[in-house]
Design a binder for this molecule. Structure first.
Ligand SMILES: [Fe+2]
Length: 556
């Protein structure tokens, strides 16, 4: 017995030592807000449908527990008096003590409040909303991407949390970044924000710890508390420039890609309020007769490896794919069968043709070939598949398609045409008139980053502003590389509001004044819209109007 007791003591001290070194309220008390114990990471909701929504929380027990039992409840008021649904849950270490409930049997187009109870404590109250089922006059979404913890403060998330007439927040990915401390940081921040773990994330515990520190950020916690999220991943939820079979930022010395990829999916499903296990994330979310959100995965589902040289003939192969055959077939079917007025495509990387000859032209001694440069991690690297999609829209006379895009850390608004400009293919004419938008088949709104580095930070404000001006002006050879680019901002951070009515689909860009310190200031800059069935952009002098009714916020 004594021998067993000694072994028990040794094991216990080992567990305690491990717990002490892990990322926990004990080891990092300044990051874990004690008043929220054990629900330090707050609450979240997502993937709303007309009759259901996912609600989420995470419990951090003081000592490892085999199973934690708790309850959840949903009400129509923030005081949680008028309960409409209640239930029980179990969670455990295998789920990283996360809790995800699909609350069924709800009313369409309705605001709800929810809360969790466990270990003798209550979580924050969250606010969420179901999607409408049929008649719908007005939808408003905040659209975001690219929130790098070490690059700055999440002031844009805080501003979105202060809005009370949004249907949901659409997050287009790069919700976390995988690098180690200092790997992709802004060293000029007022107070440095250091990620955990210190090294690049590779293991199951690494990925969990990275999500944990992000979700302790009070602004990210607050925006999740106030709005349901509709999320897709981009590359950094696994590793930079990922594709189905690997990533730029993954080498064999870091273990198998299949294993890393599986870990990243598992932890994404644990920590984000997405329905299911995230084995595939492409899906449709209907918002009544006004909109279908068609969400794509251009990273892990079927993307072939990036090609680096625009002269490589494989780049133009007929069957080259960023979606994979199954996802493409599904996407085209959804576009064609959608009964909703607006087909909103949640997409990671820039879909419109995007020539970067302006960058080459800034370098002394450039060649004519360099003026045709492209980024090949975006849809420009998969031209045949983009052609198929644009042809499909034309052939089937599908109107009102709006691409929402993240990834690039910059603001753009594009018309989408098959041939917006003519370059080296002599004898062919553009099929697009920039003055009128004739030839455009869809539009695209690209979100600035929440914090991730942009051209302004990489090149300096002055040079970035010069490039911004030059991007859709004629080059020295007389060709305008991007006549379909209506708006560009390379230096600011923030988000846009996607406002949908029967008349138009509009994006209003809001930028925060700084990410280098906590700030509550934002400014509206420009708004661009397409009228019903126009399929091309016009500038609006004013931002879209708020909804007639404002919701009561969830209590802080
Ligand atoms: Fe990013």
């Amino acid at each position: 017995m004594r021998c067993l007791f000694l072994i028990y003591c040794l094991l216990k001290s080992y567990v305690m030592a491990t717990a002490q070194t892990a990322f926990s309220p004990t080891t990092y008390p300044h990051l874990f807000e004690q008043s929220l114990k054990p629900f330090y990471h707050g609450v979240a909701s997502g993937d709303p449908l007309a009759d259901r929504v996912i609600i989420w929380t995470k419990i951090t027990p003081a000592t490892p527990a085999k199973t934690i039992k708790g309850q959840w409840q949903m009400a129509t008021d923030p005081a949680m008096k008028n309960l409409v649904k209640t239930g029980k849950f179990n969670t455990n270490a295998a789920k990283n003590y996360t809790v995800k409930i699909d609350v069924l049997g709800l009313q369409a187009g309705t605001t709800y409040y929810y809360q969790f109870m466990a270990l003798g404590a209550k979580s924050l109250v969250g606010r969420t909303q179901t999607a409408p089922n049929q008649a719908c006059e007005h939808l408003r979404f905040a659209v975001v991407s690219c929130s790098n913890y070490e690059a700055g403060y999440f002031n844009a998330y805080a501003k979105i949390a202060q809005r009370h007439d949004l249907d949901a927040v659409i997050h287009l990915g790069d919700y976390i970044y995988e690098y180690g401390q200092g790997g992709y940081a802004d060293s000029t921040l007022k107070d440095q924000r250091k990620v955990q773990p210190k090294h690049e994330i590779l293991s199951l515990e690494d990925y969990r710890t990275r999500y944990s520190i992000y979700r302790l950020d009070k602004d990210l916690r607050s925006v999740h508390q106030q709005h349901p999220f509709i999320v897709v991943w981009d590359d950094h939820e696994t590793a930079n420039d990922s594709y189905k079979g690997g990533a730029e930022n993954h080498s064999d010395s870091e273990g198998s890609w299949a294993n890393r990829h599986a870990i990243a999916r598992q932890v994404y499903a644990e920590w984000l309020p997405i329905r299911g296990e995230a084995q595939s994330i492409y899906r449709k979310i209907n918002y009544g007769n006004l909109a279908d959100l068609i969400l794509l995965d251009t990273r892990l589902e079927g993307r072939e490896k990036q090609i680096k040289d625009i002269k490589d003939t494989q780049l133009y192969a007929e069957n080259r794919t960023i979606l994979g055959v199954n996802q493409r077939e599904w996407f085209l079917k959804e576009l064609k069968s959608s009964q909703a007025q607006w087909k909103i495509v949640g997409n990671q990387v820039i879909f419109a043709e995007f020539n970067i000859g302006w960058a080459a032209a800034a370098i002394p001694g450039y060649t004519a070939e360099q003026l045709e440069s492209r980024f090949l991690d975006i849809w420009d690297g998969y031209p045949a598949e983009r052609t198929k999609i644009i042809d499909f829209l034309k052939t089937n006379q599908i109107n009102n398609v709006v691409f929402l895009t993240g990834d690039f850390h910059t603001t753009f608004a594009f018309d989408i045409a098959q041939r917006p400009t003519v370059w080296s293919e002599k004898g062919k004419q553009p099929d697009y008139l920039p003055e009128t938008g004739v030839g455009s088949v869809a539009v695209e709104f690209v979100s600035p980053s929440i914090t991730s580095g942009n051209f302004g930070e990489q090149l300096g404000e002055m040079r970035a502003k010069m490039l911004e001006y030059q991007m859709n002006k004629p080059l020295p050879n007389g060709i305008n590389p991007n006549p379909h680019m209506k708006y560009a901002d390379l230096t600011r951070h923030g988000y846009y509001i996607l406002d949908l009515t029967k008349q138009k689909a509009q994006a209003d860009w809001y930028f925060v004044d700084t990410i280098k310190q906590v700030s509550d200031n934002e400014v509206f800059t420009e708004a661009w819209f397409t009228n019903d069935k126009d399929n091309h952009l016009q500038k609006s002098a004013t931002p879209s109007a708020n909804k007639k009714q404002s919701k009561v916020p969830a209590p802080k």
